[in-house]
Design a protein around this ligand. Structure first.
Ligand SMILES: [Cu+2]
Length: 229
């Protein structure tokens, strides 16, 4: 090989070894979870990370609790410490344009944060569900006492009959220290206490069948029933 060629190769070798070729360091972020009920992702200066440019980052994750975890997810990233783990790990991750979330899984309702990377399209709000009118509960009145009386009445005051399955609000007036008002059957089993007088409101869903009502102190005598169709 002519000397000139060797010199050129030698120069090239020096050029490739030059420091300009050394890999640029990825920006570093700091994720922390615990020891209390806190989670954060911060820039080295201590500011919360809210917006990032797309690219590769190093995240130093300090998981300071054995009942929290640090979980980062979003486009192309799914990284987590385990709940039991306590310690420091370093992840190298590549953020793309989009939205990312970090959270503690067992407490994600309260321990979470989001990071927007690049300029992702605005989030379209989920379609608002059409409000379905809540079925209006039909009303009944139940009474036991005073004395040996028991009744289940409709809103109009007459004895309840011709009832259909569905939601009911039953105002129960137990006016006897001897009797209870006990409602059983048609998918329901509720009662008031024997030795107390009380007025309570029960919200129940009656199913088809026979709805019986009675006093536990005198079941054979103080009782009635209604068909639920
Ligand atoms: Cu947690």
């Amino acid at each position: 090989m002519p000397l000139r060629a060797l010199v050129i190769l030698g120069l090239l070798g020096i050029a490739f070894a030059a420091p300009g070729v050394a890999e640029a360091q990825s920006p570093r972020l700091e994720g922390t979870v615990g020891p209390g009920f806190t989670i954060s992702l911060k820039l080295p200066g201590g500011a919360d990370v809210r917006q990032l440019d797309p690219g590769t980052y190093e995240i130093v994750v300090r998981d300071l609790s054995d009942f929290h975890n640090f979980h980062l997810s979003g486009p192309g990233i799914q990284q987590t410490t385990t709940v039991e783990f306590e310690g420091t790990v370093t992840w190298t991750v590549t953020f793309r344009e989009g939205r990312y979330r970090f959270e503690c899984d067992p407490h994600s309702e309260d321990m979470n944060g989001t990071v927007v990377v690049g300029n992702p399209p605005a989030q379209t709000p989920p379609p608002t569900p059409k409000p379905t009118p809540a079925p209006t509960a039909k009303k009944l009145t139940a009474t036991v006492g005073p004395g040996n009386t028991i009744a289940l009445r409709s809103a109009s005051g007459g004895h309840a009959h011709g009832l259909t399955a569905g939601a009911y609000t039953i105002t129960v007036r137990d006016r006897s220290r001897i009797h209870s008002f006990h409602l059983a059957g048609a998918g329901v089993n509720r009662k008031t206490g024997l030795a107390q007088t009380v007025t309570v409101t029960w919200k129940v869903t009656l199913e088809r069948g026979t709805l019986r009502f009675f006093s536990d102190a005198a079941a054979p005598k103080l009782r009635g029933s209604v068909r639920i169709g």
